[in-house]
Design a protein around this ligand. Structure first.
Ligand SMILES: [Zn+2]
Length: 436
């Protein structure tokens, strides 16, 4: 009897672990709020219906994209009509969009496995036509460090993730312990897969181009130490592969049915204010206190260890095609106490913006409120600039611009062009930092 009970329990656990969230029949809609009333309606809709997935926060004169489950479509459309919001249907079945992208990814994985290892300038190079699972990302870091012993070291972050996984990062650059540091953290938000893929592309390309004598790569790696964390949030990233493609937060159990803290609301800067939620079920839940999460403490500890040398801090996200400078927490176009180096942030930001347009895509430059119409407290680049005034702190939102252009589920064929844009802007940052 007891054995049967245990077997049943085991089966229940296995079933639960296998459960995959499906977005079958979810309709992706776009609306543009023209008044504060309409913004309030959208916010209310979001509060009342956690099943509706919002891609970004509602703001006046901006497109708000959201995925509505089939059983709520009629009700949501009715609410929009009542508030005179015009609905544009962007996709009739979000799961079908996701399946298309995954099919392409699997196809490319098969092709890559069949063709075996590809070398670039005689050294290991991971193919950039696929998104990689967490274990593969770890292996890529190990392989790159082994392939470029004079230029890359794989290191481990001080704390394990909330679910007990070791987290690794790369330190790039020629020897020298006193070089200025460019600090890059990516994938705090689990579903933003293009972030890790673009960082891997940038790292691989910088290293192989150094060997082939490219001047940008040589300057970048001779002059600076690059600390690059491709996956800040491994638990969340794994979860997006196994269970829910649109998961954003980490995977810490909070209480009841609540799991996860929004890591990019958990930094100790204007903590818990605008653009965050104290409801643990929310996608923007800021956590119990600043740095309550192992994943954010990791960034703070590594940053503190090299603080005197840090000259730039970059937080990489997707999507929307933006380059944002602090303060992201100020919710108005007038900033009463802007960063002391605001003009420099703008001047260098413009040069980086031009580099980001290298493939013809345009990226907007500004503060979060200036560009998006809403602010967010507790974000990493604000915290870094507060900790070390004067550094070049930015937040990237990579490709695409909209859900219609791929959203979080952007096809793997866009990894290389997105990586090229990111890398071009990193070179400009490194080369022009001292000139603005
Ligand atoms: Zn993000």
């Amino acid at each position: 009897m007891r054995l049967i009970f245990l077997l049943c329990l085991l089966q229940a656990v296995l079933l639960k672990a296998d459960e995959r969230v499906t977005y079958r029949g979810y309709q992706v809609m776009s609306v543009t709020a023209g008044s504060q009333d309409q913004v309030d309606t959208l916010n209310q809709l979001q509060d009342d219906n956690p099943e509706v997935v919002f891609f970004g926060q509602p703001a006046i004169s901006r497109d708000t994209e959201m995925a509505v489950p089939p059983q709520l479509v009629a009700q949501v459309v009715r609410t929009m009509k009542q508030t005179q919001l015009v609905v544009t249907l962007v996709s009739g079945d979000m799961q079908a969009d996701m399946d298309t992208v995954m099919a392409e990814n699997e196809q490319n994985e098969l092709l890559n496995n069949r063709s075996g290892r590809v070398l670039r300038n005689g050294r290991y190079s991971p193919p950039h036509n696929v998104y990689y699972r967490m274990d593969d990302v770890d292996s890529i870091m190990t392989n790159l460090a082994n392939a470029y012993p004079d230029l890359a070291v794989r290191k481990q972050l001080p704390l394990m993730s909330e679910l007990g996984r070791n987290i690794y990062y790369l330190e790039l650059g020629t020897a020298g312990s006193n070089k200025p540091v460019i600090f890059i953290e990516g994938l705090a938000h689990a579903r933003e897969w293009i972030v890790t893929a673009s960082l891997i592309y940038s790292i691989d390309t910088m290293l192989s181009n150094y060997v082939s004598g490219d001047q940008h790569a040589r300057d970048a790696l001779n002059k600076y130490t690059w600390i690059i964390i491709p996956v800040v949030n491994p638990d969340g990233y794994i979860y997006t592969w196994t269970s829910n493609r649109l998961w954003r937060k980490n995977r810490k159990f909070i209480a009841g049915s609540c799991t996860g803290v929004d890591l990019n609301r958990n930094f100790n800067v204007d903590f818990g204010n605008t653009g965050t939620s104290n409801r643990c079920s929310s996608d923007t839940y800021h956590g119990g206190s600043p740095f309550s999460e192992a994943e954010t403490q990791n960034i703070a500890q590594v940053f503190d260890g090299v603080k005197s040398r840090v000259v730039s801090f970059l937080s990489v996200h997707a999507y929307s095609q933006l380059l944002l400078y602090p303060w992201g927490y100020v919710g108005s176009n007038f900033d009463p106490s802007p960063p002391a180096n605001r003009q420099k942030l703008i001047d260098l930001g413009r040069l980086m913006q031009t580099a980001l347009a290298t493939n013809g895509r345009s990226y907007s430059l500004g503060t979060a409120y200036g560009v998006l119409g809403y602010a967010a407290s507790g974000a990493s680049e604000d915290w870094a600039l507060q900790e070390k005034p004067g550094i070049f702190a930015y937040c990237y939102e990579l490709r695409p611009a909209t859900y219609n252009a791929g959203g979080f589920d952007i096809p793997a064929s866009e990894i290389v062009p997105t990586g090229q844009e990111l890398l071009a802007s990193l070179y400009v940052l490194a080369e022009r930092m001292d000139t603005v």
